[in-house]
Write a protein that binds this ligand. Sequence first.
Ligand SMILES: [Zn+2]
Length: 643
Amino acid sequence: MNFNHNQNEEIRIKDLRKNATYKTKLINEETYKKINWDKVQNENNLAKKGMLLNANLPVIKSEDSLIPVWDLRSYDFLLNNVIPYTVNPKLWIQGNLNLNVGLFKVTDNIYQVRGFDLANMTFVKGDSGWIVIDCLSSKETAEAAIDLVNDYFGEIPVSAVIITHSHEDHYGGILGVLGSFTKKDVKIYAPKNFIHSALEENVNAGVAMSRRGIYMFGVELPRDKKGQIDDGIGKRQSTGTVTFTQNLYEINEQYAEILVDGIKMEFQLALDTEAPSEMFVYIPSERSLCIAEDCNATLHNLLTLRGAKVRDAISWAKSLQNAIDLWGSKLTSVFGVHNWPRFGNKSCIEYLEKQRDLYQYINDQTLRLINKGHTIEEVGRMVKIPDSLSDEWYNSQFYGTVIHNAKAVYQRYLGWYNGNPVELNKLLPEESAKKYVEYMGGEDSVIEKARRSFLDGEYQWVAEVTKQVIYANPNNKDAKMLCADALEQLGYIAESGPWRNEYLMGAQELRYGIIPIKGEFISYDVLNNLPIEDVIYLLSIRIEGYKAGDLDYKINFIIPDREETASTEVKRGIFRYLNDSLAEDAAVTVTMPKEVLYNLATTNEKIDNSKILVEGDINKWNTFVSLIDRINHNFNIMTPVSK
Ligand SMILES: [Zn+2]
């Protein structure tokens, strides 16, 4: 069931969202009673400390659209002092803390812009200009952050850039930083394997990650007390232009001292932690440490819900220990690339240690339970965090949760199979659902019982059992509405922003259907920087292998505006890049502009053969093109995927 945006707007007017139930109210009241207000006050002081310019709630627009790429004004409802029962009170408070927005002083020579995107932009005074640490997600927000700094300090050029890690919310604005008033030959520093990691992480499974990301970040949810609130590390990514550059210097040593625009900086690699490519930066003259995204004002993810490779909790904890060993005795401040800094040696050390221990603890306890035979479902529920770690506000579960991180540890060590052969090759969910529902007395009987369970507050069970009815019969509206009601209450209780978003997006799609997204998951700029072998690989993973099973020939590609060639072959159902020269025995050679290649690799657009010069056997080319499977950016999540 699909609606276009206009229809959806009309349907949205009939707001089907429910209030918090009595049980949800009780749970949220209990959570409220347990809040340690001294800790909240401390976080609040830190989030406000050193504010030089209050940016209020900024709205940032691009040149070519009326829809802002960044709009914090839409979160002004969070400034209300009365916490609604439809939001976990801790998440509400975190949402409020993340609205401390503007330009902040960290030390005499270090400043941060916060609240201009999901992440922070940090400015260190160099001898000839600003050394910028991290670039936000998009060109537009990066430019706005630089403008804010210029408003306060007057125009000072950017003299160097440091990118802490390979995630888009830290590099996507790079051309916005460079495009402004910059020194010539600005050097950009990044950790080892940055380019490879940045390009690789979001590309090959990019379509699925984008679709799932809509759930995780609540992209299509309204921002209000029944909608999206916060993601713990900030609101969510801006929607402007993502940019990239390969013109950077990767730091390959585990520890390096570099003079950056006259300022001595010490770099420590923290590979395979929060990102595959990540590093910390210590600035001795300020006795201040940039801890990248390895410490935040929340528990982070060992596995992000939109999907990714599992992160290594042990490397994460070791890297933090490494930083303590290197600089712990000297530190007077620690700042991150999300949320707000810590001050004073004792607080800094305690912060680094307690964040370190949170990841180590989840890892070790999960392994203990794994070795007793507990399964992925069990470990998530069984790992309990002791008060000595959980009493810190910054160890709350606003982004990652203990449950899904423990499951991630299980996945890292043991994978998907729990060892019980009943689970080895299960029936498809649609097949088993039909049987369950039949055994349980039919759809109406299940729904009637589930309604009673809903009244008893068994929301997770109601969601599970109504899912069986939905999978047995995706047209059963009562089941969908009841499942939506149950997910919604789970969302209202969740401490984690992403969990809330997941539940509420699920409820929304069950009630209204899918809002189709535009079909772009890799920006033009990223494709332009992707090695041609990797662009071609995007085609490899779209070939309908079974149908291509009998083909056996080579295809040459010539891409004049990349000044590149590639030979490839399709054989035994695999489309494979061979090398960067033309094969003499190719059946067909195609010459096309890079844009046509990008469209071929990443969209469903019909190929315009007038833009392609085909030399050789055109039928073989057409056959190849006909075997490229369609991308579905809007695949079903709450109902069976259509085949
Ligand atoms: Zn980030």
